[in-house]
Design a protein around this ligand. Sequence first.
Ligand SMILES: C[S@@+](CC[C@H](N)C(=O)[O-])C[C@H]1O[C@@H](n2cnc3c(N)ncnc32)[C@H](O)[C@@H]1O
Length: 186
Amino acid sequence: MADAATETDFGTEPEALLRERVQWLDPVRPVLDVGAGVGRNLIWLARQGFRGHAIEADPDVAARLEADAAGLPLAVYRCPFQVFEPVERYGAVLVFGLLPLLRRDERDALLSLLPRWTVAGGLVFLTGFTDRLDPGRWPGELAPGEICELLPDAELLHHEEEIGPEHRHGDGPAHRHAWARAVLRL
Ligand SMILES: C[S@@+](CC[C@H](N)C(=O)[O-])C[C@H]1O[C@@H](n2cnc3c(N)ncnc32)[C@H](O)[C@@H]1O
């Protein structure tokens, strides 16, 4: 995804799900953001005192995140998550907006890596789109409720689904997203 699209799709404010549940995070452990984009979530967390690691496959987007992260306790890995090798275990992993872009095999690969990347009891924050609007639009769209079952051994701490507000990206057409959001404890 291009950097401009990343910014206009998701804005510059942190994900509300993260802001509302930041107190659930272990302040000692770093947070991993998979498909971090331009870093709206990790940069906000770093300013709250958290350490973070970003995985971002698009080199231009990762370079921009690196520049914006200067002076903050953040490390940026410019690679796809498929080749990422963690050097420590995370207290929480953020997967915001990446699931819709992933094919089923890619999604399964990511989900299978999460328990190895986190401490026992680590948290996983997930957002994606369900197929309630425009089925087939996104390769990785979920069935309603499916987000709760993506990590069957995890404890579901939070789940919500909604049709989001109508919006536009630049001059593009007005549209809405069918959101699914969950927080799970591994
Ligand atoms: C829709 S954007 C979401 C960005 C960010 N998580 C946010 O909430 O603002 C998805 C991001 O995932 C990145 N991405 C796509 N496939 C990836 C992969 N296999 N590994 C790492 N990053 C990937 C894209 O380059 C893009 O920046």
